[in-house]
Design a binder for this molecule. Structure first.
Ligand code: ADE
Ligand code: ZN
Length: 374
């Protein structure tokens, strides 16, 4: 009897929720809700998902930093891993960037870049990330005299091994550092041309305030001419105006972060209409004081406004967690149910650069997981 009442109650609840994308799943949902096997955390860590906003240099863990510094006979200004972690307290993006560029300074040889990338892949493999589209910042290294090829080959070879051995597919996006000038970005684009077939797009990162997308409109136009897709960090610390510029002047296919778009209702309307993906990074936003508390995270507001939201880790070694930790942090703070997490996981593939067939195959895996585990 209790079971019958429970089934009736749950059916009513599900019908009331009336989520458009879940209509075909009502029956399995009802059945499995009663026998829910996984905790929220397990559900998040196990659901198939993609990552679309990850700076590979931001996955450089202090332990590996010490190991690589030692083998390259370089000194780090910190005495221990604990001391490094203690320094990871930031009031804004620039404070983080200063220490992030310093950390990357121990990467010299191709195998250093390989090891850093491989360590990231092993981490995400353990939490069922099936596809990743990573950023790398060539200028962080070429400015210190490291050859573009050294950086690229190390990262690329690890990604290829990751695809072969761990089954993680990938794309590479090369970011221009926006605190440098457009001439330097042009030089970087030139260096990337021999690797054009292996780099799907160009992006824009580093200190946003005072470095609007318009500063890079010519180099982005050239990149598009050469066949690259474009993305840009916009609206992380910078105003909504920068998001407009990224759309109109850089012709981006995704906005990285985009939080401050919410300050401009016309912009929100446009982003929703175009289903322009936003690659959101909750733990990054918390650590860089874009939000005060995870409870203030505007994810539900954004989803309610029909924005195409995805969850990502940005710089996991610095911000306290990889992809699933980001899902979990928002899920706990906003008390998200599995249906929202399922939608976010699907969005991560939908907003990716996979082909339509590949997207369908990945989303089928997400659907299967959801039906099995809801
Ligand atoms: N480079 C690495 N992480 C970044 C971020 N969150 N914003 C801008 N540039 C970055
Ligand atoms: Zn970023």
């Amino acid at each position: 009897m209790t079971l019958v009442i429970a089934v009736m109650f749950l059916s009513k609840k599900i019908i009331e929720q009336n989520l458009p994308n879940l209509n075909s799943f009502k029956l399995p949902l009802m059945k499995n809700n009663i026998m829910s096997k996984l905790s929220r955390k397990e559900f998040i860590y196990q659901i198939p998902k993609a990552e679309l906003h990850l700076h590979i240099e931001g996955s450089f863990e202090p332990e590996l930093m010490f190991e690589i510094a030692k083998r390259n006979e370089l000194k780090i200004r910190f005495k221990s891993v604990e001391e490094v972690k203690e320094a990871y307290k930031f009031n804004n993006l620039q404070e983080f960037l200063d220490i992030y560029y310093e950390g990357a300074g121990v990467l010299i040889h191709e195998n250093d870049f390989y090891d850093m990338t491989w360590a990231y892949l092993e981490k995400i493999h353990a939490e069922n990330v099936l596809h990743t589209e990573i950023f790398f910042d060539p200028q962080t290294h070429t400015e210190r005299g490291i050859a573009f090829e050294t950086v690229f080959n190390g990262v690329y070879n690890a990604l290829q091994d990751g695809e072969e051995k761990l089954g993680i597919s990938f794309e590479i996006i090369m970011c221009f550092l926006r605190h440098l000038d457009e001439a330097s970005a042009f030089k970087t684009l030139e260096s990337a041309l021999p690797f054009k077939d292996q780099i799907i797009g160009v992006g824009l990162d580093s200190g946003e305030l005072g470095n609007p997308p318009s500063k890079f409109k010519n180099v982005f136009a050239k990149a598009i001419e050469e066949g690259f897709l474009t993305v840009a960090h916009a609206g992380e610390e910078g105003p909504a105006e920068y998001v407009w510029e990224a759309l109109d002047l850089l012709n981006v296919t995704r906005i990285d972060h985009g939080n401050r778009s919410l300050e401009d209702s016309k912009l929100v309307e446009r982003l929703a209409e175009e289903q322009m993906p936003l690659t959101l990074c909750p733990l990054s936003n918390l650590k860089l004081c874009v939000i005060k508390d995870m409870k203030d995270y505007p994810l539900l507001d954004m989803m309610f406004k029909n924005l195409m939201c995805t969850i990502n880790s940005d710089d996991p070694a610095y911000f306290g967690g990889y992809l699933s930790a980001n899902y979990l942090a928002v899920a706990e703070a906003l008390d998200l149910d599995n249906e929202i997490i399922y939608q976010l996981a699907k969005n991560s593939f939908e907003a990716s650069y996979l082909s339509d067939e590949e997207k369908d195959a990945m989303i089928q895996k997400v659907d299967d997981f959801y039906l099995e585990n809801q």
